[in-house]
Design a protein. Structure first.
Length: 65
């Protein structure tokens, strides 16, 4: 939902409390990346921290397409 807010997807929020606020749907637009943490699955912290940069890199590459 936060991603949709930053993408300016106002139509998804019709009838919700956010519509009664001063949220500026145009000015607040920001790029949104999606991290698939399933690709970062690991049994221990060390493996997780080794896999995380690849997941972030993949997400950034997908975002600029």
């Amino acid at each position: 939902m936060i991603g949709a807010m930053f993408q300016g997807r106002r139509d998804l929020f019709e009838g919700l409390a956010i519509m009664d606020t001063d949220w500026d749907w145009e000015r607040e637009r920001r790029p949104v990346i999606h991290l698939n943490m399933g690709k970062c699955a690991a049994a221990d912290y060390e493996t997780f921290t080794m896999n995380l940069p690849g997941v972030v890199s993949d997400a950034l590459a997908e975002a600029v397409k």
